[in-house]
Structure formats: C-alpha cells, structure tokens
Design a protein around this ligand. Structure first.
Ligand SMILES: [Zn+2]
Length: 247
C-alpha cells in the first residue's frame, strides 16, 4: 500500500466531514448561507480536526493484536514505533499494520537512549532496525522516535529521517489506569496533536479505543503522522524534530 492511497483515505474522510459540516451550517439558518462571506465561513468550518495516535515499544502479540482489531473496527490509522529486537516472530503483525494502512517507524533495536552513542552503536540501533523493516516491507521510509524522546546533535545528524516526538503524553507506563489516561488525553488533545501511548499494556489499548470513540463523537479524525503533516502541508525533513501539527 502506497503513501498516495493512504492520503486519499484521509482526504475522503475529510470530505465526508466537510459535507456533514456544510449540511449542518445550511440547516442552521438560510440567512447565514445567503451572506456574501458564507462560502469562506463554510470552507473554514470544513477543515477537519486531526489527531495522530502513536504507539511505542511494540509489537507485543497479545496487546498489539487487540489494538489492531479495535482500530480496524473503527476505521482508524495509527503510527507504530517498533523495537527491532521484537520484530522476529511478529512479522505477520507488522505486515498486517502495513496492509491495514498504519505507519511504521523505528524505536531503536534494543530500546536504548540514543544520546551519547558513537556512530557504530547508533547504527546498530537505528540502521539495523531500518534494514530489518526494509527486508520485511520492501521500503525504508521510516520515521524515528528516540526512546525517552532523547535527542542531541548526533542523533539529528545520523537519523537520516524525520524525528517524531509528541505533544500529549498520559505517561501510560506509570499506573496503567485506563480511566486516568483517557481523561488526560481528552483534556490535552487538540487539532494537530500527536499522542504517545504504548501498545504493550492492555490498559493503554483500552484507553486508545475509548479515546477514539470519544473524539470521533467530537468530530475528530485520526490519521498517521505522515498523513497529519501532509494535510497541514508541512514536509517532513530528515534530522528535524516534530512534536505536533497545530493549524
Ligand atoms: Zn519506548
């Protein structure tokens, strides 16, 4: 599945949202639609609110499978930053992610901090994981999320791909409390947010699916990191750090 078809999926969803919003605006009052500036207002209202859910530290067969099932039921695409050492034996899960429109990124081979490493040790974490994924998926277009969000000048120089951090972090590793995580995300999330979760905890999987349902009801659409920035006309550059795509 190519980038183009994924982007079209978002555009299609945005189009549906736009039609719904235009319909609501017209129903709200004929006078508004007759005003000279009404088309501009409608165009502004039609811009979809987007959120990118991201999941680190997987894959883990039980929890990642449950998450993929829940996302598929809801028609939602997310982004997975994978640990290289956990790819072997889970190849089918990663191919499923790719086939179902999710984006895949690198979260190092052994989940180590990338700051302070020499070039060879950095390569053994990032380039090695990229190569394993390339052999599995047939391309090497993968974003990097450094563990702990730790970056420095060497990480930025050697990444050879965009570096994606986050803007909403419920710290789901702390107490594995679904209700608290959902509340945190719903309070913090806004148009253009990148949410950090871990698909290795059952509580996080449940929280993610509850958040999708709650924010769908508020008119949000969910997309991959790549789709989020494409919709905002921001081109992702190698070695640059991205935390959100607020309008
Ligand atoms: Zn991590």
């Amino acid at each position: 599945m190519g980038v183009r078809s994924r982007r079209l999926g978002v555009l299609w969803a945005a189009g549906v949202a736009a039609i719904l919003m235009v319909g609501a605006a017209l129903g709200a009052g004929r006078e508004a639609a007759l005003q000279a500036d009404a088309p501009a207002q409608l165009e502004e209202q039609a811009a979809p609110k987007l959120i990118a859910l991201t999941f680190d530290d997987g894959p883990r067969r039980s929890t990642t499978t449950a998450l993929l099932d829940g996302l598929a039921q809801r028609g939602v695409h997310a982004t997975f930053f994978l640990i290289g050492a956990q790819i072997e034996g889970n190849e089918d899960l990663i191919c499923r992610m790719d086939a179902e429109g999710h984006q895949i990124g690198i979260h190092t081979y052994d989940h180590v901090s990338l700051t302070g490493l020499n070039r060879a040790d950095f390569s053994a974490q990032v380039d090695r994981t990229r190569e394993v994924l390339r052999q599995l998926l047939g391309h090497d277009n993968f974003l990097l999320r450094p563990p702990y969000g730790a970056t420095d000048a060497s990480v930025e120089l050697w990444a050879e791909c965009p570096i994606v951090l986050w803007s909403v972090d419920p710290e789901d590793w702390r107490d594995k409390d679904t209700a608290r995580e959902v509340e945190h995300i719903l309070q913090e999330a806004r148009d253009g947010s990148i949410v950090l979760l871990h698909d290795i905890y059952p509580a996080s999987v449940e929280a993610a699916l509850q958040v999708v349902d709650a924010l769908h009801a508020q008119g949000y659409l969910f997309c991959t990191v790549e789709e989020l920035f494409a919709e905002r006309s921001i081109s992702l550059e190698a070695g640059q750090i991205y935390r959100q795509a607020y309008p």
